[in-house]
Design a protein around this ligand. Structure first.
Ligand code: FEO
Length: 398
């Protein structure tokens, strides 16, 4: 049994096998964290995905009889955390479901729950468990409108739901028991793919949490932050503003190698000392990596050949995904090849403009295969991006 503090237990489920989380490539699995607080009253904080509810109940039974649980807190109605509610509440007949009004309505739409006993809590409300109390903090759009944190002030533990989480299956439950570089990388990938478009709202949440004494952050996915909490909070500060590092991302696809050769020439030009360059091919690298790499990049170059008078569908897919996540403060350019029809790179340029990615120059074009002059133009364009990335990173020191 995993105990965070005296009488506070982790009772979630580690999902080693999941590889697709609504389109997000979770190649290191995930976990759905739920927590049990045993006091004069007993509270379960969140549940798990529906198929794993019985595993949660088995863990709970190692601590208490589920029939003795007084409160089941729902911080977030998304089914990876609330999907198990129906089965869990059936096993906890005396429990009240505790959530805010928006969460109640969302749960009703998903699960009905006409027979549930619900205690609605407003932002800032408290619930006494006896020796300790729970406080509820609304955190709209981090991740959904009904999202909230549950805070245990007497223990300085913040149950932060999706915020600060990682899709990471591990045998360990705490940040100081595992490889911190991997945990932080997964936290970054998680932020980029789940929360990037809500940067302003997440920043407000951080401001609010900054006023709380916190010794432990217990998210709903991945490891619990008990040693490196300051590190993840600082990282979130950077991520909420997409703070640029000296990094150029080149995202491309190719049909017969022309746009591929242009991408390689861009890379060669961009590889100045101090500049990180990432080359991602749309049909090889998943959109999850595109989002994660773009989050802290200063520049993004996107290349496509012309297929059926437009960009390649794989590039359109990647850019549609990235557009939805709304990265901010990036510069970039479009490049690519064309034959008898000319519109592929131009379509990319128009989409980058819609995404408010500042164009550093007109699209770099090649009619069929790039000749020496086009490759030289690509190298120069790569250098331009690298110089821009260095300037951008220096303008926004950490
Ligand atoms: Fe992990 Fe927004 O659910």
């Amino acid at each position: 049994m995993i105990e965070l503090r005296n009488d506070i237990f982790w009772v979630g489920h580690v999902d080693w096998a999941i590889r697709d989380f609504h389109g997000y490539l979770t190649d290191r699995g995930s976990s759905y964290n739920a927590y049990l607080v045993r006091d004069e009253k007993i509270a379960l904080i969140d549940t798990v995905k529906a198929p794993f509810a019985r595993h949660l109940l088995e863990r709970v039974k190692q601590v208490v009889d589920p029939a003795r649980i007084d409160y089941v807190i729902c911080n977030h109605a998304e089914p990876d955390h609330a999907g198990g509610l129906t089965e869990v509440l059936r096993a906890c007949p005396r429990a009240e479901l505790v959530c805010n009004a928006k969460c109640r309505e969302t749960l009703r739409r998903y699960q009905g729950g006409a027979d549930w006993r619900v205690r609605e809590v407003a932002d800032g409300a408290e619930l006494s468990l006896g020796r300790r109390r729970l406080q509820f903090i609304d955190t709209p759009m981090a991740h959904w409108p009904e999202s909230m944190f549950t805070y245990l002030p007497d223990e300085k533990v913040l149950f932060s739901m999706d915020a600060f989480g990682q899709h990471y299956a591990t045998a360990h439950r705490f940040d100081d028991e595992d490889d911190l570089a991997v945990i932080l990388a997964e936290a970054k990938t998680y932020y980029a793919n789940i929360l990037m478009l809500y940067g302003k709202q997440v920043a407000r949440v951080l401001d609010r949490a900054a006023g709380l004494p916190i010794e432990m952050i217990a998210p709903s996915h991945g490891v619990i932050w008990r040693t490196h909490g300051g590190r993840i909070v600082r990282a979130y500060r950077d991520w909420t503003v997409c703070r640029p590092s000296a990094k150029v991302v080149i995202y491309f696809d190719t049909m017969w190698g022309s746009t591929g050769a242009m991408a390689e020439a861009l890379l060669a030009g961009a590889a100045l000392p101090g500049v990180t360059v990432k080359l991602l091919k749309a049909r090889t690298d998943h959109i999850t990596a595109l989002a994660a790499e773009t989050l802290d990049a200063a520049c993004l170059a996107v290349g496509t050949p012309t297929l059926n008078m437009g960009m390649m569908p794989e590039i359109a897919s990647g850019l549609t995904y990235l557009k939805g996540l709304r990265p901010t403060g990036k510069a970039g350019l479009a490049f690519g090849s064309y034959g008898w029809g000319k519109n592929g790179p131009q379509e990319v340029a128009a989409l980058l403009k819609e995404m408010k990615i500042e164009s550093v120059r007109d699209p770099v074009l090649s009619n069929y295969a790039p000749d020496a002059a086009v490759l030289a133009e690509c190298r120069a364009a790569g250098r331009l991006l690298a110089e821009r990335a260095l300037a951008g990173a220096n303008a926004t020191p950490p």
